[in-house]
Design a protein around this ligand. Structure first.
Ligand code: PMT
Length: 401
């Protein structure tokens, strides 16, 4: 979204207040945001709010004497890369579907050439009405028209069901996906993420500090670029990236089973998960009592299956990307040895000691080692940007195959 010109169209529903957050998120992502509002939207949130958040004047009228010198709706359409309607009411969707052109939003829509993202919000019965169904069918059959949400849940009107506007973060993600190059279309990608939990007893486990952020960023980026994505995740509080098939697992053994069962149908597997190397030999079936264990407790741990090494031995095998989380000074040596042992195409090594890299952080600092001997150190980047670099490299290998 960075540097992209996003037209955020706000229409008249109670969910309009959430678009203020969306506007902020778009600006934070580097987009240049213009906001257009229907008359009804101004009943819920004032244009002043959006003017302050977008740092741009807000358009509300088709015949605005201040903007008509440049024919406001044409100028707005021509100077936008993406048209996001959030929230999209039943009325606005109907008007867009039927090609009405009697206010600023409808005329700008007709004049716009580019991707359109719709985030509907309305009462469940209005959403399910055959008229709305027909309008949605018409809209989504049009080139480059995309839908995000609506979600299920309790609504402002007290009804429960489908019709809640998608969360601002989800709309942001979908907006990014609308603008991304679809260079991974037709490619099946499996990403592992998060850490595993190895049970000691029913309430305790051996685990690690992985949050899942790196793996989830890879899954979201691959999906945004058109890939079919399976995300095998250890326990993580993160929401699933849109359009990704998520498989939740707990232990290293479950992760191994989930990945192996899907490995033959993948073009690319990226092992970002921090898989436990050891698991308690005989986990207790009931909660271990201090009184029974005594002053010192010794756990016997067994090695877990090395999933990546197993994938590396497949013939034929998908493109394989390994990670290495290290706390050593001789990263080059350790990373190269690990890559050779695991048999992957390239390995992404991160020194997890600095505060801006590794576990739980939003950024990462990695060095990419390739099987051919290459070494590519990257600066500190948001995990999503690291994901993009990794996928660029994997795509290069896929194209040569
Ligand atoms: O989740 P975050 O908080 O965002 O943190 C990201 C991260 C630090 C977890 C991530 O960037 C990372 O480094 N992941 C790999 C961590 C790790 O387990 O490294 P390792 O050096 O122990 O393992 C090497 C490779 O073998 C990894 O690709 C790992 O997934 C794989 N492996 C390890 C053990 C095992 N039994 N099976 C495996 O396949």
């Amino acid at each position: 979204l960075s540097g992209k010109r996003v037209l955020l169209v706000v229409t008249g529903g109670i969910a309009a207040y959430k678009s203020a957050t969306l506007c902020r998120l778009l600006v934070k992502a580097g987009a240049m945001v213009r906001v257009a509002m229907t008359r009804a939207a101004c009943e819920f949130v004032t244009p002043t709010t959006f003017a302050a958040l977008s740092d741009n004047p807000v358009s509300t009228d088709l015949f605005d004497p201040l903007q008509e010198g440049r024919i406001g709706h044409i100028d707005l359409a021509d100077s936008s890369d993406l048209f996001v309607v959030a929230p999209a009411t039943a009325n606005t969707l109907a008007r867009m579907a039927r090609g009405m052109a009697d206010d600023l939003v409808s005329t700008t829509y007709l004049a716009f050439r580019g991707p359109v993202l719709l985030a509907p919000a309305m009462n469940v019965h209005m959403w399910q009405h055959p008229a709305t169904r027909e309008n949605m069918e018409l809209l989504l059959a049009r080139q480059d028209h995309h839908l995000v949400g609506p979600g299920d849940g309790e609504m402002a009107c007290g009804h429960v069901g489908a019709g809640r506007v998608a969360e601002p973060e989800q709309i942001l993600q979908a907006a990014g996906a609308c603008l991304a190059a679809q260079d991974l279309k037709g490619v099946s990608v499996l990403v592992s993420a998060g850490g595993t939990h190895e049970a000691i007893d029913p309430v305790r486990y051996v685990g690690n500090r992985s949050s899942g952020k790196m793996g989830f960023a890879l899954a979201a980026e691959a999906r945004a670029r058109g890939a079919e994505v399976t995300l095998v995740s250890g326990p993580s509080a993160l929401p699933s990236p849109l359009g990704v098939d998520r498989v939740d697992v707990e232990s290293a053994a479950q992760m191994a089973a989930a990945i192996k069962a899907r490995s033959r149908t993948q073009d690319l597997i990226i092992m970002a998960a921090a898989v436990a190397d050891y698991t308690p030999r005989d986990p207790w079936s009931t909660k271990l009592k201090k009184e029974a264990a005594g002053a010192r407790l010794t756990l016997k741990l067994d090695r877990t299956e090395d999933i990546l090494a197993g994938l590396g031995a497949m013939d034929p095998r998908p493109i394989l990307v390994g990670f290495a989380a290290e706390t050593v000074d001789n990263l080059d040596e350790v990373a190269r040895a690990k890559m050779a042992a695991k048999g992957c195409d390239f390995l992404v090594a991160n020194d997890v000691r600095p505060a801006d890299a590794g576990f739980g952080t939003d950024t990462n600092r990695v060095v990419i080692y390739s099987a051919g001997g290459g070494r590519d150190p990257l600066p500190v980047l948001p995990k999503r940007a690291v994901a993009a670099k990794i996928l660029d490299r994997a795509l290069g290998i896929l194209q040569k195959r």
